[in-house]
Design a protein around this ligand. Structure first.
Ligand code: AMP
Ligand code: MG
Length: 412
């Protein structure tokens, strides 16, 4: 039996997880809390945007025919009889031969069919009571008709849309205070290991917990809510209490440490019991982050990430983030794979695994280029701190500078 026979291919492991994720139930949330959330229903417009016919520029409301033949050489003189500012509700009448001074966003007087921009006029009187028009106006110039952006009754945003700033703006412009969305998942983060301490002095054999702060930050950057559930020692009773509490408090649980082959079986036993045998322990065909566990604990999905700090973050990117995005019904759970040109040779041996190397990506003359960070071991978190991408290296005997390979951008 080859050593790779028990490895689960990455896509199989990812599908296994995603297939077991059931999206959260939709709720109505205030617009101010909806950034990045996904709409649960289609949104129909009950109003026109813009709500009334208004001007797109500062200038003068005219009847276009009154400016016939106007040019710099032969300006047309017109009287200014009133002013309409943004927010005014007046609709001044005006005769042929006169204009209304008007500011961007103000309602266009009924009798006007065009707006001459200020730039196409000069003042004809010191008191501004008449102007010279330097350019012929055409009907409709600088006029924004009611409903020209969104028509009343139109479906503006469909269910499944992830709300970006423009979508939030559209909903606000339609007067929505609350909208039906899939809630922002609450993600509990636990570090396990009797060697872990927070800040302060560290005794012999102890290390500081870096996974929890790093994963909490990753959770926040993904647009989820993070719940800090602390450090739990390798102790069956403490682990059980912590996982039970996490399952009641959170929509998803991320725990790191205690999932590799050589670990005490504690975490495994506890999670197997709490999940009624639903936990699946995998050796995924990737490097780093080979050990991975997933299952539902009291109905709450739990991601068991490896303890090595780089592995924990890579595992988060490949498994937890996409699955939690599915929990919030996100239309695109996975990050994009972009093709980048290698600036370095990639030395590797065939081992049945896809390697995820910490890398720096930059765009040069429209081409995405990628160079490798020095120090690729899975405890070397400091090297990952200055990386902005993971280079995806398929199994093989190495790749040469100039070849193209996929990258996942970490800061996207
Ligand atoms: P484990 O997966 O528990 O076997 O841990 C693998 C390696 O990662 C060990 O060297 C651990 O000490 C280390 N490790 C585990 N959890 C953390 C953590 N929260 N922060 C930093 N290192 C950790
Ligand atoms: Mg451990």
């Amino acid at each position: 039996m080859s050593s790779n026979e028990s490895l689960t291919p990455l896509d199989v492991a990812q599908s296994f997880v995603l297939d077991r994720i059931k999206p959260l139930k939709p709720i109505a949330l205030p617009l101010s809390e909806c950034s990045g959330l996904v709409l649960a229903n289609d949104i129909e417009s009950h109003e026109n945007i813009p709500p009334f016919r208004n001007t797109a520029s500062d200038g003068f409301a005219v009847r276009a025919k009154d400016t016939l033949g106007a040019s710099k050489e032969h300006p047309v003189r017109l009287r200014v009889t009133a002013t309409v500012a943004a927010g005014d509700s007046t609709d001044p009448e005006f005769d042929s031969g006169s204009v209304i001074r008007i500011m961007t966003g103000a309602p266009v007087p009924t009798y006007a069919d065009s707006i001459i921009m200020v730039e196409d006029t000069i003042s004809a009187d010191p008191d501004g009571s008449s102007i010279h028009v330097l350019k012929e106006a055409a009907v409709g110039d600088s006029i924004r008709e009611a409903g020209s952006d969104v028509r009343m009754g139109e479906s503006v945003l469909s269910a499944g849309t992830a709300l970006n700033p423009a979508a939030i703006g559209v909903l606000a412009s339609l007067g929505y205070r609350k909208v039906p969305v899939f809630p922002r998942p609450k993600v509990g983060v636990i570090s396990t290991g009797s060697e872990l301490v927070d800040t302060g002095d560290i005794g012999i054999g102890m290390i500081r917990d870096s996974n929890r702060p790093a994963l909490i930050d990753a959770v926040k950057q993904s647009g989820f809510d993070a719940v800090d559930l602390g450090i739990v020692a390798d102790d069956a009773r403490l682990l059980e209490d912590a996982f039970k509490r996490a399952a009641t408090l959170c929509d998803a649980i991320i725990t790191s440490g205690g999932v590799s082959v050589g670990d005490f079986d504690l975490t495994k036993q506890v999670l197997a019991r709490l999940s009624n045998g639903d936990m699946k322990w995998m050796q995924v065909a990737i490097k780093p982050a080979k050990p991975f566990a997933f299952g539902n604990v009291a109905g709450t999905p739990l991601f068991g990430l490896p303890g090595n700090p780089v592995s924990a973050l890579v595992s988060y990117e490949l498994f937890a983030r996409p699955a939690i995005r599915k929990l919030m019904s996100h239309p695109t759970p996975f990050k994009r794979l972009l093709n980048a040109t290698l600036l370095d040779n990639v030395v590797r041996r065939r081992d049945g695994k896809v390697h995820f190397l910490r890398a720096q990506c930059q765009s040069l003359n429209g081409e995405l280029q990628v160079s490798l960070k020095v120090g690729q071991m899975s405890h070397m978190l400091s090297r990952m701190a200055s990386a902005n991408a993971l280079l995806v290296v398929p199994d093989g005997d190495g790749y040469e500078a100039g070849e193209k390979l996929p990258v996942i951008l970490l800061d996207e």
